[in-house]
Design a protein around this ligand. Structure first.
Ligand code: DQA
Length: 143
């Protein structure tokens, strides 16, 4: 069984209550459960890690590089996407493929969200499809 690690950054744990007009009303737990269910038939296990703390995200990414059965990583670094050289460096440092995801279409939002420091080190970016962004990212990694 291959594993895919989904990493969510700051404020993503508040999904469901957080600006539902932008991020919808599903909780993070229900979103991750739905992704797990969708890919179980493909013999893909989904691991999930959420943290509001930059260094913990760096640590989890580096740790994943040593976990042989992790085939790739889906990363929604949330606001750290736009600010974190440390997370960008971690993505660059690891050998596992990383797909950047965003629920909202960051290209159509405030200017500060239009720059991603991590995108240059990712296999690709999926943005703007709400919860579906995560499904598409897992699909991209396993294809
Ligand atoms: C986000 C977009 C970011 O700009 C924002 O800071 C988030 C969520 C998204 O999934 O649309 O927290 O990554």
């Amino acid at each position: 069984m291959r594993r895919i690690l989904i990493v969510n950054g700051p404020n993503m744990g508040h999904l469901g209550r957080r600006q539902p007009e932008i991020y919808g009303d599903a909780t993070l737990d229900s979103l991750i459960s739905a992704v797990k269910t969708a890919f179980a038939a493909d013999d893909i296990a989904i691991d999930h890690f959420q943290s509001d703390i930059e260094g913990e995200i760096v640590h989890r990414l580096l740790q994943a590089d040593d976990e042989a059965d992790i085939a790739g990583i889906v990363l929604n670094a949330a606001a750290y996407t736009h600010t974190s050289v440390a997370i960008a460096d971690a993505v660059a440092a690891i050998a596992k493929p990383v797909v950047e995801v965003h629920m909202s279409n960051v290209a159509a939002r405030e200017q500060v969200r239009q720059r991603s420091l991590i995108a240059p080190y990712c296999a690709g970016t999926i943005t703007g499809f709400g919860a579906l962004s995560y499904f598409l990212a897992v699909k991209a990694l396993i294809s």
